[in-house]
Design a protein around this ligand. Structure first.
Ligand code: ATP
Length: 351
């Protein structure tokens, strides 16, 4: 049932504007792949191209080894789940679930039986007689999932399915979708602009910008080893800080333009301009081992975490301990040298 999806040098352009540029990607059978990136990066276009809802301009695409060029969406044997749910308002949950089966000629009794199975899988059994307007957002999302499952597709394509839900329901539905994926052994491609959603749900994350794949890999590999400044800034929350500086004469430290130094675990060419990337959770307030000092701008606490922002706005720090520091205080900072990322100021490429 489940299938590998293969994309080979896909381009999609609207006139002279390229929404997708030379996209090659293998989505292995049974994997959960997230396509993530800022608004307009092309992730929905890529998903819709896999579904056959967009015609690609060039390149090749196969699902389960079968070339998809010219194959219409209904013959691709894949199911899409949208953020808008796209439920029929005048049909009950059961009718929504069975509609596409009935359309494909499945008998009434068999369709009813399948709906019961899918309702059990998605926790909808007690809601089969309700209309969409009588359901919560999470329940509607489950009906949309159920409708995708019922036809036993080769792959599931999700287009920001959780964007309409509130924060706590999103967290719950993330787990439900992932658990369902695991139970069904399905191949899932999941579009989101939310990197936390991508990181927590997917086995493999594809980061896109301006129609190209900037980096793809396992979630924590992207976090630990971003290949460029864009990915470094996109993955991780709160975002990585970027501090301009130059490599010191000794070669093994960065002299920050705004004052102070960051020690490194390796040597680079002295005098070379760099951008140092420092994650907020790796910065440590220090009285005696500080390598640079800044004035505190804001202090915010959520109870479990404390966020400090420097007065010059150049960086943020997050720690689990509470603090007595207040706006205007001078604070000493240090970081484990192994946690300092370096980028070329011009190309943004990781050094
Ligand atoms: P979002 O998160 O905002 O949905 P996205 O990453 O999914 O963004 P796409 O919807 O794939 O982005 O769009 C990619 C680019 O292609 C955008 O710049 C968009 O304006 C452009 N685009 C999409 N459809 C068309 C079209 N029919 N004609 C012209 N340009 C289009």
């Amino acid at each position: 049932m489940t299938a590998q999806i293969e994309l080979d040098r896909i381009d999609k352009h609207y006139g002279s504007f390229y929404a997708l540029k030379n996209i090659s990607l293998t989505i292995p059978k049974g994997s959960f792949v997230a396509l993530v990136g800022p608004s307009g990066c092309g992730k929905s276009t890529l998903l819709r191209s896999i579904a056959g809802l967009e015609t690609i301009s060039s390149g090749r695409m196969s699902i389960a080894g079968k070339e998809m060029t010219g194959v219409p969406p209904r013959h691709r044997d894949i199911a899409m789940v949208f953020q808008s749910y796209a439920l029929y308002p005048h049909m009950t949950v059961e009718e929504n679930l069975t509609y596409s089966l009935r359309l494909h000629g499945v008998g009434k009794a068999e369709a009813k039986q399948k709906a019961a199975e899918v309702a059990a899988t998605t926790g909808l059994t007690h809601l089969l007689g309700r209309y969409p307007r009588q359901l919560s957002g999470g329940q509607r999302q489950r009906v949309a999932m159920g409708r995708a499952i019922i036809r036993n597709p080769k792959a599931f394509l999700f287009d920001e399915p959780l964007s309409n839900l509130d924060a706590s329901l999103r967290v719950q539905m993330r787990k439900e979708i992932r658990a369902l994926h695991d139970r069904l052994g399905a191949t899932s491609v999941y579009v989101t602009h939310d990197q936390i959603e991508a990181m927590t749900m997917a086995d493999w994350v594809v980061v896109m910008r301006d129609g190209v794949i900037e980096q793809q890999g396992r979630p924590l590999d992207l976090y630990d080893r971003p290949v460029n400044r864009f990915v470094a800034g996109f993955i991780g929350s709160p975002a990585m800080n970027f501090l301009a500086g130059k490599i010191a004469g000794s070669g093994d430290a960065v002299m920050l333009d705004a004052g102070g130094t960051l020690p490194l675990t390796r040597r680079l060419e002295p005098g070379r301009a760099v951008i140092a990337g420092v994650r907020p959770e790796h910065l440590v307030v220090s009285h005696d081992a500080a390598t640079f000092h800044r004035d505190v701008g804001t202090v915010e606490s959520t109870g479990s975490a404390t966020y400090l922002t420097s007065q010059d706005g150049s960086f943020q720090l997050v720690q689990s301990e509470r603090t007595d520091l207040a706006a205007g205080d001078r604070v000493g900072l240090r970081i484990d040298p192994a946690q300092v990322h370096l980028f070329d100021p011009t190309t943004g490429i990781a050094l």
